[in-house]
Design a protein around this ligand. Sequence first.
Ligand SMILES: N[C@@H](CCC(=O)N[C@@H](CS)C(=O)NCC(=O)O)C(=O)O
Length: 209
Amino acid sequence: MTNTLFYSPGACSLGIHIILEEIGKPYELSLVNLKGGAQHQPEYMAVNPKSKVPALKREDGTLLTEYPAIATWLAKSNPEAGLLPTDLEGETRAAEAMAYFTGTIHPYGFTRQYRPGNFTPNEADIPKVVETGKAAADKYFTLVDGQWLGGDWVLPSGYSVADTALFFVEYWGGKRSGLTLPSKLAAHMERMMARPAVRRMMEQEGLSA
Ligand SMILES: N[C@@H](CCC(=O)N[C@@H](CS)C(=O)NCC(=O)O)C(=O)O
């Protein structure tokens, strides 16, 4: 048996898909059509009652959810891939970065834009919620850019799972929402898209560069 990633093309699960490609061991993909509402159908809810992707069904049959947890588990159970620092400070900084990208930028910058109805019961407020999301994403990107430590990757020690989490919000901002990414993040997104693992993920998910 192999690990199975429940994903939807272009959703935040794309970052976990990159990690699986970086590791390079066999895995399976299982499509959850978010646009068609498959996440709320009994078949997927029996797998993941949270109705979200990413979710990873592991070789032992157990399910793991939440991006930072899945990313950390994959990195630590495949140490030869070098996707997470092994020192306490490095691992903690990776957790800090992933928490911000997945727990702040994703919901308050992008879920607001893509699912505004989750944030207001009033139809008339929808355009305002979308605008608030765009402005928030801009502000968060500026903050991350301003705190950039100067290397090619999020952590000074090198490429890690934190880069995959930054990439999915950069991709949404730069390629889907029409935001202008600050220079360091724009360069990071390009660097990510040059990685063979990212190219393979994009091809498999049908995403354009
Ligand atoms: N806290 C979760 C959030 C996952 C999440 O929001 N996934 C989105 C796709 S990017 C989703 O499945 N949305 C479906 C829905 O809200 O109906 C994580 O970090 O993994």
